[in-house]
Design a protein around this ligand. Structure first.
Ligand SMILES: Cc1cc2nc3c(=O)[nH]c(=O)nc-3n(C[C@H](O)[C@H](O)[C@H](O)COP(=O)(O)OP(=O)(O)OC[C@H]3O[C@@H](n4cnc5c(N)ncnc54)[C@H](O)[C@@H]3O)c2cc1C
Length: 494
C-alpha cells in the first residue's frame, strides 16, 4: 500500500509513456501548474514510439455538433448499445475541433491533408485531416521540444510495472523498474497512463483480438504493460477487440510489420511518396485458396475485420495469410514496402532497391508462370489461374462484376515472371485498454472513477469497432492528453 512506501522521488503528476498522448498530457498538466515527471521505458538514444513512427495526421472537425453526429453513428450498435458513451463523444468533438489551434498555438506546423471522414455517415463532412510537418517524426520532435522547454523531466529506461494505492483506494504513485531494481515514485496529485497499446504482446493479441496472428507497424515497446497495472487496481477494460488495421507485410526475421505499396494507384487514392508512384501495377489479393474475396479498393482502417473470417468446417482462417499477387511491372517499379511508413521511415530494415535480396530470402515468391506460383503457395493451380483470368477479363471490359473495383484501378496481371507475398491482418494499432470517462478518469467495473488515475491515447482509446478515419488516434492523443493533463493538475496535492 502506498501509505507505507519509502518513496524514491516525489512529483505532482506522473505520466507513464512518452508518445504523443503522454507528451501532450505532460505539457498540459505543467501548464496548469503541476510538477510533472514522465516515465519512459525505452532508452533516450533510441527511443522510438508509435507516435514517432506514424504518419503524423490528425483529425480536427470544423463543427462540434456535426462531429458528435458522426461519432454517434460510428459508435452506435443498436437502440440500447453504443461502443462509447455519449458524453465522451461530446468532449472528443469539443477537444478534437481545437486540435489544430492547440498545435499551432504552440508553434507547430501543419497542413491540410483531406476533408471528410472515412465513412460516409451523417456529420462526416465536418472532418478535416491535417498532417503535422515532418509526419510522426516531426510531431514527436516538436512535442519533445515543448516538454524540454518546460523543464519537464523524462526518466528514460524506467519501466512502470505497478500502480500504488493508499487505504482509501486512491492512486498514490508508480513502481517502476530502473537500473535493475524497483523505484517508487510518489504522485502527490495523479498518475496519467499513456503507455500505448498491446501490438507486440502475442498472448494479449491471441486472447483479445478477433483474429490471430495480427501484426503491427509501430513500436515493439507497446507490449500492453499498463493493462495488467490498471487491472490490479480494479479498472474495467473496453474496446479490447478493436483495432485500426487493414493488412500488412510481415516476415519471420524482422519483428515489425511493413505497409504494402501496391504501386501507382492503390485503393481509393494515389500513394504519396510511393516507390511505384505513377506506375499503375496490376495486383490482386487472394485467400489461401487462390480466390479473391474483397474489392482491393479497401478501407484502410477497417479491412482487418474482413480478414478475420473463420471457417468453422475447416477450423481455420482462410484469409490468414492472404497473398498479394502481381507481375514483373510491380517488381521493377521499386521496393515493395511503403518507405514513409513505420519501420521503413527509420530504415530499421534496408530493403533492396530492386527487391532481389528479398526474393533470395524467400520473402517474395517468384515463378515464371501462374501454375508454378500456385504450387509454391500450396494452392490449386486451376483456381489461381481462373481467378487471374477472371480479373484480367474485368480489366479488359473495364468492369469488375465480382467485387466492383473501380475501373481506373483495373490493371491486368500478365507480364511474367509472377510474384506473391504473404499479407497478414494488422497495420496501425490496437485500441483496447482501460475504460475512461469524459474527464479521462479510469473507471472501475461499477462505473466509478479510480481516484487520481487517468488514461490517454491508444491505451483504452475511445474508438470502438469503427475508427473515424486517418488521423483518428493522434487526434485522440492530443484531445485526451489535454483532458487528462487538465484534470490531473486540478487534483489537490496530498
Ligand atoms: C505506421 C503507423 C502509422 C500511423 N499513422 C497515424 C496517423 O497518421 N494518424 C493517426 O492518428 N494515427 C496513426 N497511427 C496510430 C498512432 O500513431 C498511434 O495510435 C498513436 O501514436 C499512439 O500514441 P500513444 O501516445 O497512445 O502511444 P505511443 O506513441 O505508442 O507511446 C507509448 C510510449 O509508452 C512507452 N511505454 C510502454 N510501456 C511502458 C511502461 N511500462 N513504462 C514506461 N513507458 C512505457 C513506450 O515505449 C512509448 O514510448 C499510426 C500507427 C502506425 C504504426
Amino acid at each position: 500500500m502506498g501509505d507505507r512506501i519509502p518513496w524514491d522521488q516525489t512529483t505532482g503528476v506522473v505520466v507513464v509513456g512518452f508518445g504523443a498522448a503522454g507528451a501532450v498530457a505532460a505539457i498540459t498538466a505543467h501548464d496548469h501548474r503541476a510538477d510533472v515527471l514522465i516515465l519512459e521505458k525505452q532508452p533516450f538514444e533510441n527511443h522510438l514510439s508509435t507516435s514517432s513512427m506514424s504518419g503524423g495526421a490528425f483529425i480536427c472537425p470544423t463543427d462540434v455538433t456535426a462531429a458528435i453526429q458522426y461519432m454517434e453513428h460510428l459508435c452506435r450498435v443498436n437502440e440500447e448499445l453504443c461502443w462509447t458513451d455519449k458524453d465522451i463523444l461530446r468532449v472528443w468533438a469539443e477537444y478534437t475541433s481545437q486540435n489544430r489551434r492547440w498545435v499551432e498555438g504552440l508553434g507547430g506546423k501543419v497542413e491540410l491533408r483531406a476533408r471528410g471522414g472515412e465513412h460516409d455517415l451523417p456529420g462526416s463532412d465536418c472532418i478535416e485531416v491535417y498532417n503535422f510537418r515532418g509526419r510522426g517524426q516531426g510531431l514527436m520532435k516538436f512535442l519533445k521540444g515543448q516538454v524540454e522547454m518546460r523543464g519537464i523531466h523524462i526518466m528514460y529506461e524506467t519501466e512502470a510495472d505497478a500502480l500504488l494505492t493508499n487505504v482509501q483506494g486512491e492512486i498514490t504513485g508508480v513502481r517502476a523498474k530502473r537500473g535493475g531494481g524497483p523505484i517508487h515514485i510518489k504522485a502527490s496529485q495523479a498518475v496519467i497512463m499513456a503507455p500505448g497499446g498491446f501490438e507486440f504482446n502475442e498472448e494479449m493479441k491471441l486472447n483479445y483480438l478477433k483474429v490471430y496472428p495480427a501484426y503491427f507497424a509501430g513500436s515493439p515497446a507497446n507490449t500492453g504493460d499498463g493493462i495488467q497495472m490498471v487491472q490490479e487496481v480494479g479498472a474495467s477494460l473496453w474496446h479490447m477487440n478493436c483495432c485500426s488495421a487493414s493488412w500488412v507485410l510481415k516476415f519471420p526475421d524482422f519483428p515489425i510489420a511493413l505497409g504494402p505499396d501496391f504501386g501507382g494507384i492503390r485503393g481509393f487514392k494515389k500513394w504519396v511518396n510511393s516507390a511505384a508512384k505513377g506506375v499503375p501495377c496490376g495486383y490482386i489479393i487472394v485467400d489461401k485458396y487462390g480466390k479473391r474475396f474483397t474489392n482491393e479498393n479497401f478501407k484502410r482502417h477497417t479491412l482487418y475485420y474482413e480478414l478475420s473470417l473463420y471457417d468453422s468446417q475447416k477450423l481455420e482462417y482462410p484469409r490468414v495469410p492472404s497473398y498479394w499477387i502481381f507481375d514483373r511491372k510491380r517488381i521493377e517499379a521499386g521496393p515493395l514496402p511503403l518507405m514513409f511508413y513505420g519501420p521503413m521511415l527509420y530504415r530499421l530494415y534496408r530493403w533492396s532497391k530492386d527487391n532481389q535480396e528479398e526474393i533470395e530470402k524467400g520473402w517474395i515468391v517468384r515463378e515464371d508462370n501462374i501454375e508454378n506460383l500456385a504450387y509454391r503457395l500450396e494452392m490449386d493451380p486451376f483456381v489461381l489461374n481462373q481467378t487471374i483470368q477472371n480479373y484480367n477479363q474485368y480489366c479488359q471490359q473495364k468492369e469488375d462484376t465480382e467485387f466492383y473495383r473501380p475501373p481506373q484501378h483495373l490493371v491486368p496481371i500478365q507480364e511474367s515472371p509472377f510474384f506473391a507475398v504473404k499479407i497478414w491482418p494488422g497495420s496501425a494499432n490496437t485500441q483496447g485498454g482501460p475504460r475512461r470517462n469524459h474527464k479521462a478518469q479510469v473507471l472501475k467495473g461499477n462505473g466509478e472513477p479510480i481516484p487520481r488515475l487517468y488514461a490517454a491515447g491508444e491505451f483504452g482509446s475511445i474508438y470502438g469497432m469503427l475508427y473515424p478515419g486517418t488521423g483518428g488516434n493522434l487526434a485522440e492523443c492530443i484531445a485526451f492528453g489535454r483532458i487528462a493533463g487538465e484534470n490531473a493538475a486540478r487534483q489537490p496535492r496530498r
